[in-house]
Design a protein around this ligand. Structure first.
Ligand code: AMP
Length: 192
């Protein structure tokens, strides 16, 4: 099973990706997580990405495409994967298409989370509070100011992926505002 989860920040992609990992025995490929790990480890990529991420902007296509193509090669991705936060631009989507074709891999579905954008800031603020309460590190970009920028980037660059995948007959849209279990069930039905 090879899937893409598409939707603005705070739409619930990460939560549903984790459930898909358990359900299908696939791996979650979150470019955001991979970039945060690179920042924490102080790698060259991390150094380049840090300021851009903190400002809520998108890291360059070359960097993220490189990360994903390396990661897809790993043995644990053989069984399938759920891409969470990638692609985020048309250039990334085209690169992914070429990459998969070169490996004779097929994409099974692109699941678009439809959300009420006015409710997303509250979700992000809650996510930061919950992380803090659980003693986990709070993401530097999970605050209302940076969130506005992340949403702008989504509208300017990522929203174009909806028609891109719709034209290819690969898009399935679900209501991302429903409770977590209901969203999981909708995804399960869409994939069955
Ligand atoms: P996320 O965890 O998906 O919300 O991503 C956090 C941040 O990482 C984003 O705001 C971007 O700065 C960067 N990032 C993650 N995925 C990508 C991507 N596919 N393309 C460009 N930047 C990305």
């Amino acid at each position: 099973m090879r899937l893409i989860l598409l939707g603005p920040p705070g739409a619930g992609k990460g939560t549903q990706a984790q459930r898909l990992v358990e359900r299908y025995g696939i791996v979650q490929l979150s470019t955001g997580d991979m970039l945060r790990a690179a920042v924490a480890a102080g790698t060259e990529i991390g150094k380049k990405a840090k300021a851009v991420m903190d400002a809520g902007q998108l890291v360059s296509d070359d960097i993220v495409i490189g990360i994903v193509s390396d990661r897809i090669e790993e043995p644990d991705a053989k069984n399938g994967f759920v891409l969470d936060g990638f692609p985020r631009t048309i250039a990334q989507a085209e690169a992914l298409e070429k990459l998969l074709a070169s490996k004779s891999m097929k994409l099974d579905a692109v699941i678009e989370f439809q959300v009420d954008e006015t409710k997303l800031v509250d979700r992000i603020v809650r996510r930061a509070e919950e992380a803090k309460a659980a003693g986990q590190p709070v993401r530097k970009d999970d605050n209302p100011e940076v969130f506005v920028k992340r949403l702008e980037e989504f509208r300017a660059l990522t929203a174009a992926l909806t028609p891109f995948y719709r034209e290819r007959g690969q898009l399935t849209s679900i209501d991302g505002m429903a409770p977590i279990d209901v969203v999981s069930e909708e995804i399960r039905k869409a994939l069955s």
